[in-house]
Write a protein that binds this ligand. Structure first.
Ligand code: S3P
Length: 172
């Protein structure tokens, strides 16, 4: 297994933040959530950052949060669902550690999220329609960075963590 960070990527609602906490605890390493870092630094929620500054500005903050982790002690990192959009982020993920893709269907993602107003890109008349379109557009990008792919449907965060840790042991 490559050294460095363990990055969890995947669509909103795939369970990245919850699973990252479980895996970090089991490995005895810090857990980092990029959205939470941005919120703490900005003193605002992600929805507020989008509303005040727009998506492009948010993406710049996201890239900075990611690159700031370079060289820091190995941690489990929950990435925002859009981390794979920028080529520099995809290169950084591959360079800085192991990337795990948590897969989820659009319908299950929306059901898990519940209040989609917390996710500016899904807020609107149909969260499921927005999720389906976005997920389709991103699927190839998620796969392009993933060292390990895990289907989370019907699995609890603990079960996903079990599968993840087992697959890491099996990885070269
Ligand atoms: C986004 C996902 C969100 C958050 C922002 C944009 C995306 O993170 O970064 O709303 O573009 O998919 P989660 O995946 O943790 O919900």
């Amino acid at each position: 297994m490559k050294r460095g960070h363990l990055f969890l990527v995947g669509f909103m609602g795939s369970g990245k933040s919850t699973v990252a906490g479980v895996v970090a605890e089991r490995l005895g390493v810090p857990c980092v959530d990029l959205d939470q870092l941005i919120e703490a630094e900005q003193g605002a929620s992600i929805a507020e950052v989008f509303a005040a500054s727009g998506e492009v500005a948010f993406r710049a903050l996201e890239t900075k949060a990611l690159l700031d982790l370079e060289g820091s002690e190995p941690s489990v990192v929950a990435c925002g669902g859009g981390i794979v959009l920028l080529p520099e982020n995809r290169a950084a993920l591959k360079r800085m550690g192991t990337v795990v893709l948590l897969q989820v269907s659009a319908a299950e993602a929306v059901a898990r999220i519940g209040d989609v107003s917390t996710r500016p890109l899904l807020a609107g008349p149909s969260g499921t329609l927005a999720a389906t379109t976005l997920l389709q557009a991103r699927e190839g990008l998620y796969r392009s960075v993933a060292d390990i792919v895990i289907d989370t449907s019907g699995r609890s965060p603990d079960e996903v963590a079990d599968v993840l840790l087992a697959q890491m042991e099996d990885s070269p």
